[in-house]
Design a protein around this ligand. Structure first.
Ligand SMILES: NC(=O)c1ccc[n+]([C@@H]2O[C@H](COP(=O)([O-])OP(=O)(O)OC[C@H]3O[C@@H](n4cnc5c(N)ncnc54)[C@H](O)[C@@H]3O)[C@@H](O)[C@H]2O)c1
Length: 363
């Protein structure tokens, strides 16, 4: 097990789950490097904020001097790289930040890690790992059959997935060319607590609670493969510590659902837990589809399951119920975001007039 972990993007949805997991479940120390964009939120780290093994550094991964200082001070034996611009609809409205953070930022971090290792002792060099966290969206869209495997050809559709694909190639090239001990992971749609309310599941929960429309792109037939964020955090820790250098591992929960099924499942849970607004499904509204909307994603996680012994613990039903309950119990976390940071406006119409329409992004 590695003992000093540099996590990038640890104030985001998955990064904060990783930081909480490491502090709660292991003896390792974490330095969380995050720029705190609109998606970064230190409130997600409240339960570990005072732990002596946890430290936060506000920095941009494009800032090489800041990264060199963090590496020098923290002397990490691993990097878990999650910092990214992550929202497909925002990448359609403007790709610049995606190119900067996801591509240039990843390049800068890889170079900082390489320089740090060049000056490190043999033991650190031997033990060090760089886990690059990516998405199944790099593989493009599936038809009705088949699953993404680790050898599926890259075929990204959106500015977001293209920027992540570029970052994956950089990470692989730094392993092959410079011998940086990189491991890659590509995961499916995450959901769970502390998920920013622009994303499908939290948006549907919060709109339904407010009695606002539940906007579904097109017919709602696009399929995603849902993974509970805590299952993902556990997988990432395992891949970091037991994954083979230069390999990639797909992470998925074997939970394929159409977007419409997801929205109806949220409504059914709310009908039981918040019966005042029932039936919540009356709020479902079909709106114009997202440009370039991939039809189906589905992950084959066999390699991770057989090689490293990981299994998802949550089914979609158990995980979704816990997630809805979490939003009902934790308005201290989401209400400031709904009031001030993102109020539910439609994003990602590629220049079409978007005012007043709500978003229903599936990621
Ligand atoms: N959420 C998903 O379903 C999903 C699925 C597959 C892969 N991923 C990948 O997992 C990683 C984490 O995703 P997430 O959903 O937690 O994203 P998120 O948007 O919730 O969090 C991203 C974090 O990165 C930080 N950040 C952004 N730009 C930065 C920069 N230049 N320097 C430092 N920090 C910066 C933000 O402040 C934020 O805290 C990303 O790499 C994403 O591509 C996410």
């Amino acid at each position: 097990m590695r003992a000093r972990i540099l996590v990038t993007g640890g104030a985001g949805f998955i990064g904060s789950a990783v930081c909480r997991y490491i502090i709660r479940e292991t003896q390792a120390a974490v330095v969380n490097v995050d720029k705190l964009t609109y998606a970064g939120n230190l409130a997600s780290l409240r339960e570990i904020g005072d732990d002596p093994r946890y430290r936060f550094v506000r920095a941009d991964i494009c800032d090489r001097a800041a990264l060199d200082a963090v590496f020098g001070e923290a002397q990490p034996d691993a990097v878990m790289h999650l910092a990214a611009e992550s929202h497909v609809d925002r990448s359609i409205d403007g790709a610049r930040d995606f190119i900067d953070t996801n591509i240039v930022g990843t390049f800068t971090l890889l170079e900082a890690a390489r320089a740090y290792l060049a000056g490190a002792d043999a033991g650190t060099r031997e033990n060090f790992r760089f886990l690059h966290v990516s998405t199944d969206e790099v593989y493009g869209s599936l038809g009705p059959q088949g699953l993404f495997s680790e050898t599926t050809r890259y075929d990204p559709s959106s500015p977001y997935s293209a920027s992540k694909a570029a970052a994956d190639h950089l990470a692989t090239a730094w392993a092959r060319t410079y011998g940086l001990p990189v491991v890659l992971s590509n995961c499916s749609n995450n959901y769970g607590p502390y998920h920013f309310p622009e994303k499908l599941i939290p948006l549907m929960i919060l709109n339904a609670l407010d009695g606002r429309p539940l906007p579904v792109y097109g017919a709602g037939a696009n399929v995603r493969d849902w993974l509970h964020v805590e299952d993902h955090a556990r997988a990432l820790w395992l891949i970091l510590n037991a994954g083979r250098i230069g390999e990639k591992y797909n992470v998925g929960g074997r939970n394929e659902r159409t977007n419409l099924e997801v929205v109806h499942a949220v409504c059914a849970i709310l009908d039981r837990l918040a019966p005042g607004g029932a039936p919540h499904a009356r709020l479902v509204t079909h709106v114009a589809d997202r440009p370039g909307h991939d039809r189906r994603y589905a992950i084959d996680a066999t390699k991770l399951e057989t090689e490293l012994g990981w299994r998802a613990r949550e089914t979609f039903d158990t995980g979704l119920e816990k997630t809805v309950r979490w939003y009902l119990d934790n308005d201290w976390w989401w209400r400031p975001l709904r009031d001030k940071v993102y109020t539910g406006e439609r994003l990602g119409l590629a220049g079409e007039k978007a005012a007043g329409k709500a978003s229903c992004a599936s990621r």
